[in-house]
Design a binder for this molecule. Sequence first.
Ligand code: NAI
Ligand SMILES: N[C@@H](CC=O)C(=O)O
Ligand code: NA
Length: 436
Amino acid sequence: MQTAYRPIRVALLGAGSVGSQVARLLIENKEELAQRVGAELELTGIAVRNLDSKREGNLPSHLFTTDAEALIESSDLVIELMGGIEPARSYVRMALNSGADVITANKALIAAHGPELFDLAEQLGAQLYFEAAVGGAIPIIRPLRESLAGDKVNKVMGIVNGTTNFILDRMESTGASFEDALREAQDLGYAEADPTADVEGFDAASKAAILASLAFHSEVPVEQVYREGITKVTALQIETARESGYAVKLLAICERIPASDGQPEGIAVRVHPTLIPEEHPLAAVRGAYNAVFVEAESAGQLMFYGAGAGGTQTASAVLGDLVGAAKRHLAGGPGLADSVHANLPILPVQAVTTRYQVTLRVTDLPGVLASVATVFANHEVSVETVDQNPAGKDSGALLTITTHEASERDLDSVVADLRSNAAVQNVDSVIRVEGI
Ligand SMILES: NC(=O)C1=CN([C@@H]2O[C@H](COP(=O)(O)OP(=O)(O)OC[C@H]3O[C@@H](n4cnc5c(N)ncnc54)[C@H](O)[C@@H]3O)[C@@H](O)[C@H]2O)C=CC1
Ligand SMILES: N[C@@H](CC=O)C(=O)O
Ligand code: NA
């Protein structure tokens, strides 16, 4: 296709699950993309660690190089899909310094070094795009940054890690073991290079930090995100949850906490396994799908749903950013600046109020139920339901207690007292409940 502009030189860093699909789509859809942008997008090279590695697809071998720096220096736009902090951070800085706009899917990098990279981009009049960093293919970054820029967001809650959702879903629906389900997620290209990032909740915490920062116009250091992964979730917990009408999901919850008791308004950001009622839309999010709920003052409730992981799906978000960056490259303009003016304090998880399900083994004797109920009452935690079952092959009874809303602080005190109560053999599980 003949266009008025010279081709825009695009460098790709990384050719794994996402990078290989971005390269394929850039090559296969070259004509159509040129029509949309108004100039050809020329994939000038793909930086990889090892030229001899086996790769997906049939990408032309002449594109591969191990010299990422030379590739960056000779490009107009740079797509970073290597993952990890270094050398990704140095390469992104190098690209911005060389005048290129950068597109990345790297949530770990944006969550840990976003402020530094956005500042650098702003000083240089460059742009850093990261739609693929949260929710894979789902448009969520742009809606928060642009569509909701005139509204006041109060809560963002969702499933933002495909691998863990896939594992929990497989464990629940097919009875697969944690290890087998994880292996399957890795084979499908959903998991991070080190899957600890997924299963211990680090990936979701990075995404939560990014979402909270955009939603509340505040800097949210990822270290201040409360985080629990899914490695301690047992098959028994999943079964108990299902029997009481819940699904177990790893949720990221970012919320505005109103000022109270002399404490100023702040935000709390947390990632942890959560019980969701079966009829709640989040309970129906299966496999590697993600969904994000946004509650805004004027817009009300919004829900964003789609493929949260996968090479081709994530490549869609990368290419969307690429087309935007290429248009800006041709037309110029300031682009979007990072907005952290509200600077709300990040509150500890103890400031959060939610509901809980506590499962404990107790001695099956008269008065035990009353004694357990007294522990909850002593800390003003109101009990909603109590379910009692025989404790299987062990002696005693299994109590499943669901509370009304209580503060994290009070619930901690309840659990400490339960642990020292003579009638309580063990507190098997404490899990938060949302979505009621
Ligand atoms: N896989 C997915 O579903 C999604 C991934 N992402 C993000 O996209 C990025 C890429 O993810 P994947 O493609 O899954 O990872 P991957 O591990 O499949 O691919 C990364 C590629 O980068 C290459 N690489 C790493 N260090 C390099 C270096 N120093 N020089 C040159 N090449 C290097 C690796 O050899 C590998 O081929 C990550 O930041 C990830 O968090 C985001 C959304 C979804
Ligand atoms: N490993 C991540 C990939 C997408 O961000 C996930 O499983 O969600
Ligand atoms: Na996205």
